[in-house]
Design a protein around this ligand. Structure first.
Ligand code: AHM
Ligand code: MG
Length: 334
């Protein structure tokens, strides 16, 4: 029987062979993974744990918070605040940044997360997940501020997600490809189940919320319309469609068998660039996808090159199989 490689061993061996994981970053990843394990347990309990339903509050973006949104946020903060590896955290569920309290040592990293992405799926028992992104605090003696977080996605030092589905799976990149770990519930640890993941460059599967079609811009309408025409249309092949309404689950499928995911700008709220958030949804997913040979744009340029101006800023997202993303992006400049 081949030996199981735990996340801890994987990180140690990566450091030994490539030397690219400082010990504080290793600790950070292990702590995030441990927090995800805790969130996974809470998710699994469902109604038995009293964790379903609305919390009766709204987040900074005016979205109703579910009980599990808040629980997941607290689990991530409590797990990460004392280790000395972080200077501050930011989350979809908090208005401003959370600076590590004075009673703990401050580290050099910044952690951003969407504690529970795909919230609308919580109560209906469909896959949801945690998305995370790690940046380095800019050098200098000054205490950490929101401005320190406003770095382009290309400066991430680690990113990934944990999906709570039929299996709990952690997927991450440190800039040297994408690795996948499955939670072994008997052992209580994440075990390496995939390395060097690759997204096929071509696909016959697209993911978009079709109910928004009438609000889309011309390039996205054109692309989807051509897919829908199938074999008889300009693409000369039939396409399949999936929409889980959980970005984590849609991206995980794309990472497994290819596809394209789009949550584009639309005319419902013309002043907002899109629905998804750049810093803790689009950037980490874009990096994972690029590291697996895919592409990620906002229709105009690379998501990872966007210089953020606000912590909770939104962005149009088109990501997945490279040739399809390139096609939609080209339609935007046609
Ligand atoms: P959330 O972070 O509040 O859960 O919102 C993000 C989610 C994504 O996971 C998903 O792709 C999208 O919202 C679904 O939106 P819609 O319900 O408009 O299809
Ligand atoms: Mg989200």
């Amino acid at each position: 029987m081949s030996q199981k490689i735990s996340l801890t061993r994987y990180l140690v061996e990566q450091q030994r062979s490539h030397g690219h994981i400082p010990s504080e970053l290793r600790l950070l990843i292990e702590v995030v993974a441990r927090a995800c394990k805790g969130i996974s347990h809470a998710v699994t309990k469902g109604a038995l744990g009293g964790v379903l339903g609305s919390a009766g509050s709204e987040n900074v973006q005016g979205e109703v918070q579910k009980k599990l949104d808040i629980i997941a946020n607290e689990v991530l903060i409590e797990a990460n605040e004392w280790g000395g590896h972080l200077a501050a955290m930011a989350s979809e569920e908090m208005d401003g940044i959370y600076v590590v309290p004075n009673r703990y040592p401050q580290g050099e990293y910044l952690l951003l997360f969407d504690p529970l992405d795909g919230s609308s799926n919580i109560d209906v028992n469909v896959s949801i997940g945690t998305i995370f992104s790690v940046l380095q605090k800019p050098e200098g003696p000054d205490s950490v501020t929101e401005q320190d977080f406003l770095q382009a996605g290309s400066r991430q030092v680690a990113a990934g997600y944990c999906i709570y589905g039929p299996q709990t799976t952690l997927v991450m990149t440190l800039g040297h490809g994408v690795s996948m770990f499955t939670l072994d519930r008997e052992q209580g640890s994440f075990v390496l189940t995939g390395e060097g993941l690759r997204i096929p460059e071509d696909t016959k599967e697209f993911a978009i919320n079709m109910s928004n079609m009438r609000h889309w811009d011309t390039p996205v309408k054109r692309y989807v319309d051509e897919c829908l025409q199938g074999k008889e249309g300009p693409r000369g092949k039939d396409f399949n469609m999936r929409w889980i309404a959980s970005m984590v689950a849609d991206v995980h499928r794309i990472l497994t068998r290819g596809g394209i995911f789009m949550y584009p700008w639309d005319k419902r709220e013309p002043n907002k660039p899109g629905k998804l958030r750049l810093m803790y949804e689009a950037n980490p997913m874009a990096w994972v996808v690029e590291q697996a040979g895919g592409a990620a744009t906002d229709g105009r340029g690379r998501i990872l090159d966007i210089e953020p101006t606000q912590l909770h800023q939104r962005v149009s997202v088109i990501l997945g199989s490279k040739h399809e993303v390139q096609r939609v992006t080209a339609y935007h400049s046609a």
